[in-house]
Each structure stands twice: as C-alpha cells, then as structure tokens.
Design a protein around this ligand. Structure first.
Ligand SMILES: [Zn+2]
Length: 126
C-alpha cells in the first residue's frame, strides 16, 4: 500500500514518480542518472596508480602533489598545486617519455583537469 498523501513527485526533476525503486523521492530516470554518476565517479577514483605529496613550498605557501596515472613510454600524471588551505590553485595533465622531463600537454581543459584532481586527491592544510 502506498503511504503517499498525493502523487509522489521526483524531488530532482519534479516529474510524477511512477516507479520509486530506490526511494520515494526520485523517479526512475533520476535514479538511473544518480547511479551512473556514482559508477563514473568510482571509475575515476580507481584511475590513479598513486597519489603523493611532492613538496611543500613555504616561500610561496603552496603544496605540490602528483597523481600518477601511468608509468613508462610515456608516463602520465596530473600535477597539482594547492594553497595552504588545501584549495587547488592549478592541476595540469603532463606526460613524460623515457629520459625526458615532464611536459605539460597543450590544449588541455584546465577546469576539467582540476575537477578530476579534486575528486581523486586528498589535499591537506599547510
Ligand atoms: Zn526525476
């Protein structure tokens, strides 16, 4: 038996929720979208091989981190700089061929790379 006083309305999109499978507050489409986001986020979180603090720069009051994505031929990573509150100042996708220095990829979507860095990293206060 339904315990609704009126038609259940999706709290995400406002549609009348006909099949509230995962709870009474979301329609099926919004529930599917929410699960897709959870799965996509889990995949992102599995991407890094390692996450390491590289250096604390006391003069600039920044902390630098490396999110290693792949090793060798070329290796790739996201290099992150935060301020002392742990807020990301920059995140750059970089690659490195054997015996070459790290190189920042051209034409990257810096906002997207920063969002990725925010999801997979743990940034401490300086
Ligand atoms: Zn909905």
């Amino acid at each position: 038996m339904s315990t609704y006083n009126s038609e259940p309305v999706c709290k995400v999109c406002g549609a009348v929720a006909t099949l509230p499978v995962y709870g009474p507050d979301m329609c099926q489409a919004c529930s599917d979208a929410a699960w897709a986001r959870i799965e996509a986020r889990a995949k992102l979180e599995e991407m890094p091989l390692s996450f390491e603090k590289v250096i604390t720069n006391h003069r600039r009051e920044t902390i630098e981190y490396e999110i290693l994505l792949g090793t060798g031929g070329p290796a790739d990573r996201v290099y992150v700089i935060t301020d002392f509150s742990g807020a990301i100042e920059s995140a750059k996708y970089q690659f490195q061929d054997w015996f070459q220095p790290w190189t920042t990829a051209e034409g990257q979507d810096s906002e997207l790379v920063e969002r990725f860095a925010a999801i997979v990293g743990f940034y401490e206060e300086g």
